[in-house]
Design a protein around this ligand. Structure first.
Ligand code: HXC
Length: 508
């Protein structure tokens, strides 16, 4: 027995050594942790249970039969994060550059299947040179097996991708299907084709960092949701995100006890809206004021900043917040903000997270660039997402709600459950000046001014919408937290379902 135990220990030690100390040092010298060190930060202490540490590749080409590293470049298993179960895989760059072989893919698929069976989230830590070059098509098949599972898991369990090194070629499509992508600044990148191929095909000279680094993907492409300065921060923030989410679509998000009273009044909100209705104000001040303990987990803060999305809690209950930001493009909806918010609304709807929408929107952004790039289809995504969502939907119009954007932003007509406005709300087909210039085209300047004033008085308020029942109430700003908290409490028992169908055909 003693000998067997000794042998087991020897084999486990060998597997834990993976690609060896030299490669581990190389990993550390790039400011990166190893696959196992990362798991130690992500998981609750002592909770990680590893699977498949003795798995080896089956390749015999290019002398690979003599080059076997137990574990085959990925560490997989289950663990707990703040006491709740999660399945994880963590690619090990010290073994074959974390490249994906058939066996490596099978290990990932096994934890994905396990996560699906158990109904718990899966987190993938990506640090890989891509397809295992020595294996060819077997590796491509492995990727496709992963993609297929990503798709089936979508909307069933939360899927989170952490990009902590290279992620290139077709490998990017697994993270792309998952719900959230976090990147590490300066040590991770994602692209379909790298700088060398770009140079050959388009003659552009671009660095890997510029082409697919964290900054490009959080600011320009919107592919990544957030970036953090090092491995530790990305792992800690992933733990924080997970606390807002349910384990699967069969559950509600966890309740978090709070000391923040639900009827806390916030008199700063009574003066948040500037006198001049064209002056901006910071919508984040409203968000931070009404949520529990100012704890806001913003998603995509650096992309399409004219809309704000993220998770928070009110009276302990997780909510998804969607809010126009008057500080950027006056809070207009455009292509990027519509796509950003639409995907978030759908995530919340998949996972039973009530949506609180804060509206101050002057309309859709005009221009040829928007029209030629398909604002019609992209704007429709947000409309579709809200209209399809059956989770509790609470809407508060703080100021402008003009035109089609009024309809889109979780209006009563799209099955908003509770729709409120502040007394400062302006709900109309369009702004007074634009409207009068159309109705009174050809009139002199004085007449236009007079009519503009009249239009402003008549329509720039919430009372007409309220008189039709499109708003359930007009509330005082300082009471907003209490009113939202009460609405969320009421809607806990909401039941609503859409007609039975295979799936809708969202305008992609
Ligand atoms: C096998 C690989 C590998 C790969 C890296 N390695 N990538 N082994 N298959 N894809 C090995 C290296 O041989 C090396 O082994 C070790 O990993 C570390 O690699 P280095 O090159 O020394 O590291 P670094 O300088 O940091 O460069 C990392 C890298 C580079 C930029 C990722 O290794 C690289 O360009 N790799 C190839 C990337 C690639 O073309 N992949 C295929 C893409 S196509 P030793 O033994 O020396 O430590 C693809 C299609 C997917 O992925 C399609 C899915 C549908």
């Amino acid at each position: 027995m003693k000998d067997v135990l000794k042998e087991l220990k020897k084999r486990k030690d060998r597997a834990r050594l993976s690609g060896g100390l030299k490669r581990l040092e190389a990993q550390h010298s790039k400011g990166k942790l190893s696959a196992r060190e990362r798991i130690n930060v992500l998981a609750d202490k002592g909770s990680f249970i590893e699977y498949d540490m003795f798995v080896e590749h089956r390749s015999t080409d290019f002398g690979m039969e003599k080059n076997k590293i137990p574990g085959d470049g990925v560490v997989t298993g289950n663990c707990k994060i703040n006491g709740r179960p999660v399945l994880i895989y963590s690619q090990d760059f010290t073994a074959y550059g974390g490249s994906l072989s058939e066996a490596h893919a099978e290990k990932i698929c096994k934890v994905m299947d396990q996560a699906m069976k158990l109904g718990v989230p899966i987190i993938g830590l990506n640090d890989s040179g891509g397809a295992r070059i020595q294996e060819g098509v077997a590796s491509l098949g492995g990727y496709a097996e992963v993609f297929q599972r990503n798709v089936l898991a979508s909307g069933f369990i939360p899927q989170i991708s952490l990009i902590m090194g290279p992620c290139a070629g077709g490998a990017v499509y697994s993270p792309a299907i998952t719900d959230f992508i976090f990147m590490v600044q300066d040590s991770s990148y994602m692209f379909v084709t790298g700088p060398d191929v770009v140079k050959t095909v388009t003659h552009e000279t671009v660095s890997a960092e510029e082409l697919g680094g964290a900054s490009s993907h959080t600011k320009k492409s919107g592919v990544a949701d957030l970036s953090f300065e090092d491995d530790i921060s990305v792992l800690e923030e992933t733990r924080r995100l997970l606390d807002f989410l349910p384990l699967s679509n069969k559950e509600k998000a966890p309740y978090r006890l709070t000391q923040d009273p639900s009827d806390r009044k916030s008199f700063n909100l009574d003066t948040l809206i500037p006198h001049n209705s064209n002056s901006p104000y910071d919508m984040k001040e409203l968000i931070i004021t009404i949520i529990d303990e100012e704890d806001f987990f913003e998603i995509q803060p650096d992309y399409a900043q004219n809309i704000i999305i993220g998770f928070a809690r009110i009276s302990g209950q997780t909510i998804g917040i969607v809010a126009n930001q008057p500080m950027v493009l006056a809070g207009c909806l455009d292509i990027d903000s519509s796509r950003k918010a639409a995907r978030f609304v759908r995530f919340c709807d998949c996972f039973n997270i009530p949506i609180v929408t804060l509206v101050d929107v002057p309309g859709f952004l005009p221009g040829t660039s928007q029209e030629f790039n398909g604002i019609i289809k992209h704007g429709a995504k947000l409309l579709y997402a809200y209209a399809e969502a059956t989770v509790p939907k609470i809407t508060l119009i703080t100021r402008k709600a003009y035109g089609g954007a009024y309809d889109v932003m979780a209006s009563k007509h799209l099955r908003g459950d509770i729709n409120y406005a502040w007394p400062t709300a302006e709900i109309a087909v369009m702004g007074a000046k634009g409207a009068v210039e159309i109705i009174f085209r050809g009139s002199d300047k004085k007449e236009i001014e007079k009519q503009t004033e009249e239009y402003q008085d008549k329509f720039a308020n919430p009372f007409i919408a309220a008189s039709r029942g499109y708003l359930d109430d007009i509330i005082t700003p300082h009471n907003t937290r209490y009113r939202l908290s009460s609405a969320l409490e009421l809607l806990k028992t909401k039941e609503l379902s859409n007609p039975k169908k295979k799936h809708g055909n969202i305008p992609l």
